[in-house]
Design a protein around this ligand. Structure first.
Ligand code: MN3
Length: 220
């Protein structure tokens, strides 16, 4: 993953039309080639005059935004957040439709939400509750518990001491061509193409990050 300056728009891990009929090819092409590309171009433009930041990974810049030069803190959070959030979103989808969570993640979903169906219900409520543009996120707290949070615009999850494992982009550009104003239908379509294997991988990494190596070993 290209995670330092100069940022490049790495290809999607699937073809533009691979998520049809859930998300149409035109939406995916615009979303990746125009919207994400715009964030990447603006992030590079912002960082260009600051060589000391050219070797700093994106997630570290977002996590320690308080240490960024004050004149570029806001644009780096906006453009860098846009890069991080979109890559996380695209990488969390799959053409291998209708996967279900398995393993460690499924155990955690059953523990914290009662069932897969109940988890999706809460995910949908979170995504619908975003007023205007933003994201819904499935995250783990420092004790490994799963919960949902929402963010506005391109705010990042990274500074919040929560470890994200799945997100849904609910900016209108993510669904307007196909679903117009029907955000609820878009969310249902996203549920059919979530890459739960990738989400499980992220969940396990979050547990490790939170210092839960012992938990992993005892449940392996
Ligand atoms: Mn978007």
């Amino acid at each position: 993953m290209n995670n330092t300056y100069p940022f490049v728009n790495t290809p999607l891990p699937y073809a533009y039309d691979a998520l049809e009929p859930y998300i149409d090819a035109e939406t995916m092409e615009l979303h990746h080639d125009k919207h994400l590309q715009g964030y990447i171009d603006n992030l590079n433009k912002t960082l260009k005059p600051y060589p000391s930041l050219h070797s700093v990974p994106l997630d570290l810049m977002l996590a320690r935004a308080d240490r960024l030069p004050s004149g570029i803190r806001v644009p780096i959070m906006r453009y860098g957040g846009g890069v991080y959030n979109h890559r996380f979103f695209f990488d969390g989808l799959t053409p291998d439709a209708r996967q279900r969570p398995k393993g460690t993640l499924l155990q955690a979903i059953d523990r914290d939400f009662g069932s897969y169906e109940n988890m999706l219900k809460q995910y949908k409520e979170a995504a619908q509750s975003v007023f205007g543009s933003g994201y819904a996120w499935l995250v783990t707290t420092t004790d490994g518990t799963l919960r949902f949070v929402t963010t506005v615009n391109q705010d990042s999850m990274v500074p919040r001491y929560l470890c994200p494992i799945s997100n849904i982009d609910v900016w209108e550009h993510a669904y307007y061509l196909k679903h117009q104003n029907r955000r609820a239908e878009y969310i249902d379509d996203i549920f059919d193409i979530i890459n739960w294997d990738e989400v499980n991988r992220r969940y396990v990494n979050c547990l490790i990050r939170h210092g839960y190596e012992r938990y992993i070993a005892s449940n392996a």
